[in-house]
Design a protein around this ligand. Sequence first.
Ligand code: FE2
Ligand code: FE2
Length: 218
Amino acid sequence: MQVQDRQIQDRQAEDRLDASIGAIVADPLLHARWLNTFSFLEYVGFRKIVKSQRAEALNAAILTHALEEGRHALGLKKLAVKLGGPQFDSYAPKALLCGEEAEAYFQDLDGACEEAFLDRSEAERAALVYCYVTWLVERRALQVYGAYKTALGDSEVARKLDGLLAEEAKHLTDVEASLHAGDPDFVTRSREFEAVETGLYSKFLEALAHELAAPAAA
Ligand SMILES: [Fe+2]
Ligand SMILES: [Fe+2]
């Protein structure tokens, strides 16, 4: 894809996200489902790290990362419950906004990265997949949380997002340093994975717009 086409596609995705966020924050129940969906994704991230990393390779940085994702899941869950009530104290499909599609985004991205490293040893693959999936997801998380925070203006939720954003930025810096040092093909490979991630993300955005347009969402 040409650079210019890519820029147009990125801008369209940003506009689409902003339009969806505008509709979501205007409705407390949709907003609670949105917060709970982020909580769910943070929980999936936490669970992925814990399940995929072998204990003998688990260092303080990875353990910190896992626990911070778990803490993000809890903090966002508390905000969802505060805004929407006790029915948001679970990850039941009705308490989420496109929860299935959000999880598919994450699992498909993980699957694509796993597949790219099938020729490696299990230990090497686990380390590379962890770094690449984190790198891709954190970049997207910073963009989406950033757009969401802008739409919130000065509010309790926006202030809580500041701490979370700082931790996500640190996770990104850490794995990017590991990838620069550990994968000689980082530059080309990261571009290929980025294209995969962009496709999965736009599928999610499409599902979100569709859900928001459905009468049941209102
Ligand atoms: Fe997080
Ligand atoms: Fe993170």
